[in-house]
Design a protein around this ligand. Sequence first.
Ligand SMILES: [Zn+2]
Length: 249
Amino acid sequence: MNTHRYELMNAGVLADLDWLACDLVVADRADWNAAPAAALRSHAEALGLAGGDSFRTVRANQTHGDAVAVLTADHALLARTDWADLLLPRTDAMILCVPYRLGAVVTADCVPILVADTRHQWVALVHAGWRGTLARILQKTIRRMMVLGSDAKELRVWIGPCICQNHYEVDTELAARFAREFPETPEAVYGRLLNLTAINSAQARAMTIAGEHIAAANHCVFEDHPFPSYRRDGHQAGRILTRAVIRKG
Ligand SMILES: [Zn+2]
């Protein structure tokens, strides 16, 4: 398994959370297609997990929808002991509330986002491409966390590496839809160029999360070759796995 591990960029908002371990793993297309579970499990010791099959993984199947799953210890699928690598159907975001389960978001241009609740020690993993961003999946995830008891003051948001505005041109009609839907961030739609990081950041602020508790990697996957970009690499694109695990509880 030829995967490479990276630290999160510009992740100061998560830095002092000793209960949360996060990183990025880049897998090339062939490895990801042949053995996604093995890619997900690689470099696990760096997250404080023992190797092999000693822990379970969980990820959403990512259909570019806006459904949010809540992973508590009594979740029906987690209770099944025969699924070490759990793929949540019809889901694009999950709120992970149980320790020692490796959660991951899988992207190659889209935006991976982590939301940490510093009091409850939960972490949400969100997949936001243009469809998810337009459907306000980050806002819906944060709202769901608040229903579960999260307080905006105790949430930290990290917006991961994705395609930047200079490299993300969409058609005129879609750009116009974004401009209509997000009038509060006019700079995020420049002609036909979309800034998904800015729009997701605005969604977090709209949920009353303070600006100093929101950080963005500001790292363009199209420009940085070790990172996969679907726009640049097409069907040969690998995947970025944004991983998080709760280490206490
Ligand atoms: Zn770029």
